[in-house]
Design a protein around this ligand. Structure first.
Ligand SMILES: Cc1ncc(COP(=O)(O)O)c(C=O)c1O
Length: 453
């Protein structure tokens, strides 16, 4: 910390100290023990970089919560918000609005072809809550199958739909949720190998539907590529087989593309990697590049028609908020105009290539996986046994050190349990990408030291 010659804090430093104190004294912080909260106060950003009150700059290697796909302060989106604010900040959802109508049309164009109409929400959890209600009304059934390694949001229902340990504190949660095992080849729950496994993990969901009663199951809900539980890419054929199983049993397929949407994986939506058409697609985050909160439930023509002569018992004060929809429309146009979906694919290949090179000389890297600018390295103590470097739902000193050193040296890395999620904004430059990966390469030595080699 710089001080004046008498070592008295400057006016600027006192103001910074005051904001840090207000954060600690008045704000409840998410997912942490309150007394352990300590984070820099961020005051600005541009492109793939943001900076804090003390002037420290960070290359954003996780797009915050995998949501700032256009980077920080994208000029087109900021201008659209300004323009909309000057005309109409808010109108209740029962009125029509220009940005909402235009954005809904745009979503019908960029999502899989069978999806036609959108119900807007304020974020991902609410979108999943509404997808669940819609699936139950449409099918007249109550059960929903989700998977253990999944996250669908932190509201009461969405937390139950999630499978990861974040749900434990919120249990018992809502009734009707049945969890399946995952399509996680590196740690196959069935002890099998792809492709000789015959996609046992998909057949397991078929079995669950039959055990639960096909006439009781409304939907199967999956992240097509699992996000915050480890960027788990399913084997080719898995999503297609899930589609077939759902269709054969008259069960809806809901794809949660809150994190995987809007170019993150090198396609508009991850389900498009396998040409799968879900009955309901849930999205948020990259929809506005996180500039204004917005979520969307995009539904098939069949489901939309069901509500032609029935009341849709759903609504939120801020649904389809004009500022959010204006931001969403500008964001989708920016993805199109700047060719960012293809850029994610190209830069993603570059990133995965670099990570695979690193795997050659870092014994701690057990697996490299991903699609587009959405990748993970899974760290292990021992490649032969695949013993994780940090326990499930735990952490390791080396991983904490890499995150802390990265931050000090100007790159913000996201780690969870024994993996790093590497998901920079799609506008990151090649130099910035290389710079962050060079640093990661250097810091992984700490993880190597925790291996048994
Ligand atoms: C796949 C997925 N679904 C839903 C959510 C919840 O979204 P939100 O935090 O906007 O409620 C998240 C958030 O990380 C997510 O990754």
């Amino acid at each position: 910390m710089t001080t004046d010659s008498n070592h008295t804090p400057t006016a600027g430093q006192s103001a910074h100290a005051e904001i840090r104190k207000l954060e600690r004294d008045y704000v409840m912080h998410s997912w942490c023990v309150q007394s352990q909260y300590q984070a820099p106060v961020v005051v600005g950003g541009e492109g793939a970089t943001f900076w804090d009150m003390d002037g420290q700059r960070y290359l954003d290697f996780s797009s915050q919560a995998m949501c700032n796909n256009l980077g920080h302060q994208h000029p087109k989106v900021v201008a659209a918000i300004r323009e909309q604010a000057s005309q109409l900040c808010f109108i209740q959802g029962s009125w029509g609005s220009i940005p909402r109508a235009r954005l809904a049309q745009k979503l019908a164009q960029v999502t899989p072809p069978n999806l036609v109409k959108t119900f807007f929400t304020n974020g991902g959890a609410e979108a999943n809550e509404n997808a669940l209600k819609i699936a139950r009304w449409f099918t007249g059934r109550n059960k929903i199958i989700t998977r253990y390694r999944s996250y669908h949001g932190a509201s009461a229902g969405a937390m139950t739909l999630s499978g990861d340990p974040r749900r434990w504190a919120a249990e018992p949660g809502i009734p009707g949720v049945v969890r399946a095992l995952d399509a996680y080849c590196y740690r196959c729950s069935f002890g099998l190998e792809y492709p000789s496994c015959g996609l046992r993990c998909a057949e397991h969901i078929d079995e669950l539907i039959h055990l639960e009663g096909p006439d009781k199951v409304a939907a199967v809900l999956v992240e097509p590529i699992v996000g915050s539980n480890g960027i788990i890419v399913p084997p080719d054929g898995y999503m297609q087989r899930l589609r077939e199983i759902c269709t054969a049993n008259n069960v809806l397929l809901i794809c949660d593309e809150v994190m995987t949407g809007f170019g993150r994986t090198g396609k508009w939506f991850a389900s498009q990697h396998w040409d799968v058409e879900p009955d309901i697609l849930v999205t948020a985050k990259g929809l506005t590049s996180a500039t204004v909160p917005l979520g969307a439930v995009v539904i098939s023509n069949e489901i939309a028609s069901f509500f032609n002569d029935r009341t849709l018992f759903a609504g939120l004060t801020y649904l389809g908020h004009p500022l959010a929809c204006a931001a969403g429309l500008a964001a989708v146009e920016a993805y199109e105009e700047e060719g960012l979906i293809g850029r994610s694919q190209a830069l993603g290949e570059r990133m995965l290539g670099r990570l695979r090179e690193m795997q050659q000389h870092h014994p701690s890297i057990g697996e490299v996986r991903g699609k587009g600018l959405f990748a993970a390295i899974e760290l292990v103590k021992d490649r032969a046994t695949r013993a994780p470097l940090a326990p499930f739902n735990g952490s390791s000193p080396a991983i904490a050190r890499i995150v802390a050193e990265g931050r000090k040296r100007g790159v913000s890395f996201a780690a969870r349990w024994n993996f790093f999620i590497l998901a920079p904004p799609l506008v990151i430059t090649e130099d910035e990408l290389d710079q962050a990966l060079d640093l990661l390469d250097e810091l992984l030595i700490y993880a190597d030291e925790e291996t048994t080699r």
